[in-house]
Write a protein that binds this ligand. Structure first.
Ligand code: ADP
Length: 235
């Protein structure tokens, strides 16, 4: 589904991605991990065509994404910071995004899963951070795309919403979707991720399962395995 070859990106003197090769073929949940500033969002935005790489290629379903932006309609995306017009109501934002995207959107079940019905006529700027995040999650899952990219979906979610999110992601995975996630919650990764893509110093430092990383670092505790992987980074 995604093939990334020799991807480089720098911002001024800051070389963020230094030769990323990544291929994701099978459906499943992939966690993109790495310390702050390691380039997770830059990598995700490169896949979405929102960041233009300095060098390298990205293929989506075998096609070079730099040739045409149409592939974006096949990707659902939850940005880390969503900037929707704050004076719109939840209902208005749903209908606006549906109009913009076109195609079939199935939002009713998702809205129910996150208990959003009472908020439909409320303006976005009056919602709590967690409720806004629920709205963003529904917006990013309702178009039934094959590839779902979620940048920090767990931010601000209460325990019930977190459980709902996990259930929904497992449903999506069972339906054959490919899901790319960044999150700071390692318990979420341990529970949910089929594979980890660990970015460090501009490169993919580790690609494999949670258990694979534990084995490599000789620890049965996932947080410690991550910390151990980072030790030399902070040294
Ligand atoms: P992560 O998501 O892993 O925290 P980012 O991809 O957001 O990392 O950022 C990687 C590095 O690139 C950071 O040092 C960040 O400051 C820098 N960066 C990201 N986007 C820009 C930009 N548009 N202009 C300048 N620097 C940027």
């Amino acid at each position: 589904m995604i093939r990334i070859e020799n991807l480089y990106k720098r911002f001024g003197r800051n070389e963020v991605l230094k030769g990323i090769d990544l291929q994701i073929e099978s459906p499943g949940i992939y966690a993109v991990l790495g310390p702050n500033g390691s380039g997770k969002t830059t990598l995700i935005k490169s896949i979405l065509g929102m960041v233009i790489p300095d060098k390298g290629e990205i293929f989506f379903k075998g096609n070079d994404i730099s040739k045409s932006p149409d592939y974006r309609n096949d990707i659902d995306y939850l940005p880390q910071i969503a900037n929707f017009p704050a004076n719109l109501t939840v209902k208005e934002i749903f209908s606006m995004i549906k109009d913009l995207r076109g195609g079939q959107a199935s939002d009713q079940e998702l809205m129910a899963a996150f208990g959003l019905s009472p908020f439909m006529d409320k303006r976005l700027n009056t919602l709590s951070g967690g409720t806004k995040q629920k709205v963003n999650i529904v917006l990013s899952l309702m178009f039934n795309s094959k590839l779902i990219i979620l940048d920090e979906p767990t931010t601000g979610l209460d325990p019930v919403a977190l459980i709902r999110l996990k259930e929904l992601l497992l449903q999506e995975k069972a339906a054959g979707k490919t899901i790319l996630i960044t999150t700071h919650i390692m318990q979420f990764v341990e529970e949910m991720a089929d594979e980890i893509v660990f970015l460090l110093e501009g490169k993919i430092h580790f690609r494999g399962s949670v258990n694979g990383l534990k084995e490599r670092t000789h620890t049965s505790n996932f947080e410690k395995a991550i910390a151990q992987t980072l030790t030399h980074h902070y040294a």
